[in-house]
Write a protein that binds this ligand. Structure first.
Ligand code: GLN
Length: 205
């Protein structure tokens, strides 16, 4: 079984550890460079990307993580994890992203009207899933190597989908071995398909 780490500095760590184990991986929390060195893949959980960015520096993980990502370490980021994996965060200097995905993300993008919402969405390579969005980012723009796996709009705020409506905003992407979702599959009990997809990516590597 592949050993997959969950960055355990802040945020929804336990839910990812559980989902990864159910999806067939050996899941381990990662807080130290020595722990990072032992994993075959890494999950960056949801939480607060500004805080995680600061803690990555404080725990001296930023450069080791950047180096492993550059060397092809498979990674999956949900929500704040997607923000951290990006090349650029739009209009926001509080996060120093890791640059593993050729995307520009916008934090807290779906607006103030509703902090969180759920909607069903079709995710390429995975199927129809329940999307749980909590102060979620979206992908503002993506480079040519990035495959769009899912789009979504806010179910009750039509203007949140502009200008890409009716397809909505980009909320799931993959670039080679790096996967990211703006939503939280780890919070949907009993459905580990997104995690299974990532475990397969790690196995294939
Ligand atoms: N709004 C948070 C951020 O930008 C992400 C929220 C989440 O991970 N649920 O860091």
């Amino acid at each position: 079984r592949p050993v997959i780490g969950v960055l355990a500095l802040q945020g929804g760590v336990a839910e990812h550890l559980t989902a990864l184990e159910r999806a067939g991986a050996v899941a381990r929390p990662v807080r130290r460079p020595e722990e990072l060195a032992e994993v075959h893949g890494i999950v960056l959980p949801g939480g607060e990307s500004t805080t995680m960015s600061r803690l990555l520096d404080a725990f001296e993980l930023t450069e080791p993580l950047r180096a492993r990502l550059a060397a092809g370490l498979p990674a999956y980021g949900s929500c704040a994890g997607m923000v951290l994996l990006a090349r650029e965060v739009q209009d926001d200097r509080a996060v120093r992203p890791l640059g593993a995905l050729d995307v520009v993300v916008r934090r807290n993008a779906f607006g103030r009207q509703v902090d969180s919402f759920e909607t069903d969405l079709d995710v390429r390579e995975v199927g129809r899933v329940r999307g749980v969005f909590i102060r979620a980012p979206w992908v503002e723009s993506a480079g040519p190597a990035v495959e769009v796996l899912a789009t979504a709009g806010h179910p009750e705020v039509p203007d949140a989908s502009a200008p890409a409506a009716p397809a909505g905003r980009i909320v799931a992407v993959r670039q080679a071995r790096v996967l990211a979702t703006a939503f939280h599959p780890e919070l949907v009990g009993g459905d580990e398909r997104v995690h299974r997809h990532f475990v397969q990516t790690v196995r294939a590597r």
